[in-house]
Structures are given as C-alpha cells and as structure tokens.
Design a protein around this ligand. Structure first.
Ligand code: AMP
Ligand code: MG
Length: 403
C-alpha cells in the first residue's frame, strides 16, 4: 500500500512518457485542445486607423466648433478627400480615417443644420478622439497565443483575427473504458433481483470528455476470467493510450483484474493507495514495441471510480499538458466530518462563498458512502482531509478542490 502522494508521483512520471502527438485541426474544432504552436499576428490589428463611432471626422483645431460636411465614408467603402480646416467627413463605425482627418466627433455631440455641423454646448473635443489606431490591439508579428494553453472561444477569436484557419494542437489521448461485474445491467433496463444499473461507464465517459480526451467504450464484462481477459487483450492491442476499468480490483474471489493484467504482460506499478474513497486502485503499464499504455483499474463503487478519476487521472493529465490546474479553495467547515483513520480522505462537499465575511464555507454533500450517487450529484467540490487529521470539526479550515 502506498500513500496518495507516492501514487501521484508514480502516475505523473508515467504520464510524462505518453506520446504528445501534434495534429492540425480546423479552427472551429480546436476549442478544448491544447495549442501546440505559437501564433503570431500576421497583420496589424486593427489593420488601419478607423473610427470607433458613427460621427464626423475632422482635422482637430483647438477651439473650432463648426465644420462643413463634404463627404461620406462607411465601413469598407474607403475614399480620399481634399481636406481643409473646415472639412467634416461623415464617417461610420469601422470607416477608415483618410489623410488630413485625425479626430472623430460622435453623431450625438453635434447639431447638423444645412450641411454644417455645430458642436453642442458643453461638449469638449479632444485631439484624436474616437480613432482606433493601426496595431493598437496587436502589432504585426507580435505573439498572439502561446503554445501550451487550452484553447477557449476567446483565444480562437484572436486566432481567427490572425487568419489561422488551421491550428496545430496536441492530439487527444484515446481512453478505453470497461466495467466489470455480474450484477451490472445497462441503464435502459430496470434491474431486477440482485442486478444494478452500471453507471460507471457513463460517468467515466463524461469525465473523459470533460478532460478533453477521447473515450472509447468497451462496454460491460461479466466476472468471468476468460471473457475479461479476452476483452483486456483486445484493449491492450488497440491504439489506446489509457485503459480504465472499474470493478474487480479488490480481494474478492471474483476480482480477476490484477491477475489478468499480469498474465497479459502488464507490469503492476502499484496496487492499493491509502485513501478514501477508492483504496484498491491498481496501476499497470503495458509495453508493446514503442508504445506504452497505462491501465487504471478503478474500484467499482460509483463514487470511488468518479473521485479516483479526478484525483489521479484528470490532475495527472493537466500536469502532463501543463494546462490550468483545478482550483483549490480554502474553506471553513460548516459540518463536522467523520474520519477515524490515517488515510487521506476526499469527502464530497458543497462549497459556498459568503459575501458578507468574504469567506468560503463547505458542508458535507450527503452521507459519505462510496455508493451515494445522490450525494455525489450535489457535490461541487472534494474536501481534502490529510492523513494525520482526525475528525475535523465545524470551523476547521480545509482545502477543497472544485469539481
Ligand atoms: P467491485 O469493485 O467490483 O467489488 O464493486 C464494488 C461495488 O460497486 C459493488 O457494490 C458493485 O455492485 C458496484 N459497482 C461495480 N461496478 C459498478 C458500475 N459500473 N456501476 C455502478 N456500480 C458498480
Ligand atoms: Mg465486482
């Protein structure tokens, strides 16, 4: 049995050896991927000086208050004019500023009478007002987006402005999922007698998608050694990067996974981590030529497999990609927590921010059985209680991981 920190270190080292394949995707498909290239502005942004209001372009001249309207410029329909001290050009938002004009007075600030504009009383004109200048957003060849960020719609808007219709990103890891257990039926069946709905496949596929990886569903397998072995063999010989199984990793008579992995040539890196929920977690590593696959055998309890995915797989993935970390929040306990052993516990919690005291508070999300799916559903965080802390009380400070 190893500690949580030891497990995280082992997993982290193994993740470092996973492939970082670079692929090119269309901009519209790139959200959620991690950027694998630096993107530079290929032009000035904006590319020309333009008006940022609908109004009148003039040459600024101290206290002058009236001009004659001598032309019109709408966005995308540029023209040049002979400009004198007395010239105003009606200009729309986005219209390019012609030579001789340096200032735009917005429509609302003037009265227009018989082709002459008069600045309204109490309105002060400043030189160069309402003009967006060339490159004020980003200069040509300036760095727009740095390699290594997780691409959001706002990032991709900038990429679009830089003319990047194809973007180099790191390929998503392929993650196969499989659930074991004679008691499992799919969710569209009403379970009878001693059967239960197999929820783990669904939760894991959703979590894998949320972590921007590619889930591949290998379905349900009975607690039958030969059947399970055949399915695991198939998974090990496909193009998966990670395999995640649930169930069958404990010490029960029908918990075959570890033996099967060994028989198929998988090296067991650890079995059992001193945590709750999810102690019987197993990590294996399978080498075939140049390719390496990691196998996570998660326990079958729905809360255990969910929480273990987050704390071991999702966080390791974020580290490996160098992208944003899940946010840790310090909070005060609203409810006492029952912890009688020296494992590291990850309680499901409900975190709230109190505006008055400007503090976070957290309470238990239902009872903490690892079969309590309704508690999991209410939770918005994991309350981390380290090994040496026993039975934390109301008012104690704890670290919460937002989920
Ligand atoms: P195991 O880890 O196989 O010993 O299973 C532990 C508990 O989790 C048992 O009560 C199982 O019935 C339950 N369980 C196993 N797999 C699933 C699943 N896919 N969905 C929901 N519960 C499961
Ligand atoms: Mg089982």
């Amino acid at each position: 049995m190893i500690s949580y920190n030891e497990a995280v270190e082992i997993i982290g080292n193994e993740f470092k050896q996973l492939p970082k394949k670079i692929i090119e995707v269309n901009l519209l498909d790139a959200a959620g991927f991690v950027l694998a290239e630096d993107i530079y502005a290929d032009i000035n942004l904006p590319p020309f000086d333009h008006s940022n209001v609908d109004g009148f372009g003039v040459k600024f001249n101290g206290d002058r208050k009236e001009w004659k309207v001598e032309g019109e410029l709408s966005a995308g329909n540029y023209n040049e004019f002979v400009v004198t001290e007395n010239t105003a050009i009606r200009i729309m938002t986005g219209g390019k500023i012609p030579p001789g004009i340096d200032t735009v007075i917005q429509m609302e600030d003037v009265d227009e009478i018989d082709g002459i504009i008069y600045v309204k009383k109490d309105i002060r004109i400043r030189s160069k007002q309402n003009v967006r200048t060339t490159g004020e957003d980003l200069l040509k060849n300036e760095l727009a987006l740095s390699k290594g960020i997780r691409l959001s719609p706002q990032n991709l808007t900038l990429a679009a402005a830089c003319g990047k219709s194809k973007i180099k990103v790191y390929a998503k890891l392929n993650v196969g999922v499989l659930s074991t257990g004679d008691e499992l039926v799919d969710i569209d069946i009403v379970p009878t007698q001693d059967k239960i709905r197999a929820t783990n496949l669904y939760s894991l596929i959703l979590l894998i998608q949320q972590a921007n990886m590619n889930p591949i569903n290998f379905g349900l397998v009975k607690d039958n050694k030969e059947e399970l072995k055949a399915r695991i063999f198939e998974m090990l010989n496909s193009d998966l990067d990670l395999l995640i199984t649930t169930g069958g990793v404990s010490v029960g008579k029908y918990d075959f996974l570890q033996d099967i992995l060994k028989e198929l040539g998988t090296k067991i890196l650890f079995w059992k981590v001193y945590i709750k929920p999810g102690k019987p977690l197993v990590l294996g590593k399978y080498r075939n030529g140049n390719s390496t696959k990691l196998v996570f055998g998660l326990p079958g309890n729905p809360v255990s497999s969910f929480v273990n995915f987050l704390i071991f797989i999702k966080f390791a993935l974020e580290n490996y990609l160098g992208v944003e970390k899940t946010r840790n929040v310090h909070a005060l306990l609203d409810t006492p927590l029952k912890k009688k052993d020296l494992k590291r516990h990850f309680f499901r919690g409900i975190l709230r921010y109190e505006t008055e005291s400007k503090k976070y508070f957290v309470s238990e999300a239902g009872h903490q059985s690892s079969g309590n799916i309704s508690g999991l559903s209410m939770a918005n965080c994991l309350i981390v209680v380290p090994e040496e802390i026993l039975n934390p009380k109301i008012g104690d400070e704890v670290v919460c991981i937002e989920i």
